[in-house]
Design a protein around this ligand. Structure first.
Ligand code: GLN
Length: 475
């Protein structure tokens, strides 16, 4: 069910938030042993669900849109009094001392938190195999990964254990798992959603995003979490941008040069091309565009992101947060704690980041990557003079097998279409577009739509429209 459908029932009283909570718990009990989407399940969700049930009885339609909605939250987003581990051993027993701003806003609406979801350690990965607490499986085909790093959040929604969930997206971590699990994944414009209370990965790239069963639900969830926040100086004021709104037909740019990368599965490309055809049948205009710099995005991302990771993760020193391992000196305490607490992928990125920021290499690597980033932004600005949206596949493949991408470089390639979006700060949404067959199982495939800076509302308008026009099968 969608948030919209649930809400109708909650208002009628034919199904209550308490029923929804009980049913999601039953789903978790039945399926999560195998799928492992959750790291923690919250018993106190029942209390909030009961409360919400009573408020609906009293106030009906005059209630906030998210009242009583069972939501799952990625475990790198702080909920006061709950464990916030980022799926790392170094934070295994860390209890969040305050609420992230997004959580404060959801609590104000009376949303019900059913539990926290699994992720790649510190959100580094594309498969949720990098969690220190065991991997998550794809509910569509449990021999495959759910995508990452918000794999638990995507799996939770896909298996019906939450009506919607929050993830974080630094290079595609909401959109990729959405594509692999067959749900809608939305990454807002950088700065529209507060990062206060998100465990930082790459601060100039991170945004909280939504995983939902419909575009409308993404809009509802986004509307309740976005906005300027005094606790995050990079948040921006929305009013300035309200001019970017709906149109009857859209002019959509296809960066063909960017799509011709070798890792692209032919049947995934077919789903993409079919979607283009359906869009033009209902009157949208499709034009070819050229984005020569976008394909360099992945290379720039794997310099900028590790640089920010190495500095953000310096705080885990065994003194201030989580795990502490004793050595013979303070320096040895640091070294032992970090050696034991961090997993391989996290260490790899800290090393890489420290290297690209070191005195001899800063200009050659970090400086160049930041320069490229500025040029990519300019390239986009030029293209958006001529188109309303850009369209790409979300990923070159459907969900891959567990263990298939043991070489980190091959894993990084899964993000080729998503990372340029974070580097340039623009908003994007992955919408399920069709399926491809693997071993007799239909695996979902998403298409990514990218709007200009602060064009989040345009993505919702467009996304809802193409459902209404029948370009997509279901809401
Ligand atoms: N998969 C990408 C990475 O490993 C993106 C991660 C993310 O968006 N958090 O860095």
């Amino acid at each position: 069910m969608t948030i919209t459908e649930l809400r109708k029932k909650f208002i009628e009283g034919s199904y209550t938030p308490l029923d929804a909570y009980t049913d999601t718990r039953a789903t978790i009990d039945a399926k999560d042993q195998d799928i492992h989407a959750f790291l923690d399940v919250y018993d106190d969700g029942r209390e909030s669900a009961e409360k919400a049930t009573n408020i609906y009885k009293e106030k009906g339609e005059e209630t906030p849109l998210l009242l009583g909605m069972p939501l799952a939250i990625k475990n790198n987003i702080l909920i006061k009094g709950k464990k916030a581990t980022a799926a790392s051993k170094i934070l295994e027993n860390y209890i969040a001392p305050y609420d992230a701003t997004v959580i404060t806003r959801l609590k104000e609406q009376g949303a019900v938190f059913v539990g926290s979801t699994n992720l790649d350690e510190f959100a580094m990965g594309s498969s949720t195999e990098n969690s220190a607490f065991g991997l998550t499986k794809n509910p569509v085909d449990p021999t495959r990964v759910p995508g990452g790093s918000s794999g638990g959040s995507a799996a939770a929604v896909a298996m019906g254990a939450a009506v919607a969930s929050l993830g974080t997206d630094t290079g595609g971590s909401v959109r990729l798992p959405a594509s692999f699990c067959g749900v809608v994944g939305f990454k807002p414009t950088y700065g529209r959603v507060s990062r206060s209370g998100l465990i930082a990965m790459g601060s100039s790239l991170d945004q909280a995003g939504t995983l939902t069963n419909s575009v409308r639900d993404a809009e509802i969830l986004f509307n309740s979490i976005n906005g300027k926040d005094p606790l995050d100086a990079t948040t921006i004021n929305v009013d300035t941008y309200s001019q970017v709104r709906a149109k009857d037909t859209y002019r959509i740019g296809i960066p063909r040069d960017f799509l011709s990368n070798e890792g692209m599965d032919p049947d995934v490309l077919q789903v993409f091309n079919d979607t283009i055809e359906n869009l033009s049948k209902v009157g949208h205009e499709i034009v070819d565009i050229s984005l020569p710099l976008m394909r360099k995005g992945l290379a720039a991302y794997y310099i900028v992101m590790p640089a920010e990771v190495s500095s953000n993760l310096a705080r885990y020193d065994g003194v201030r947060f989580g795990l502490h391992v004793d050595g013979d000196s303070l320096l040895e305490d640091y070294m032992k704690t970090r050696a034991e607490g961090f997993g391989d992928e996290v260490k790899r990125r800290i090393l890489l980041g420290t290297y690209v920021l070191s005195a001899g290499y800063y200009d050659a690597y970090y400086g160049k990557a930041e320069h490229l980033r500025t040029m990519m932004r300019e390239e986009l600005l030029q293209v958006y003079k001529n188109v309303d949206l850009i369209m790409t596949p979300t990923a070159p493949t459907p969900a891959f097998k567990i263990g298939e991408k043991s070489d980190p470089l091959s894993m990084y390639l899964a993000d080729i279409f998503t990372v340029p979006v974070n580097l340039t700060g623009v908003p994007a949404i992955s919408i399920p577009a069709g399926t491809v067959d693997r071993d007799g199982i239909s695996l979902p495939v998403g298409v990514q739509y990218i709007a200009p800076h602060a064009g989040d509302e345009r993505l919702f308008d467009f996304g809802k429209k193409i459902y209404d026009e029948g370009v997509m099968q279901s809401e």
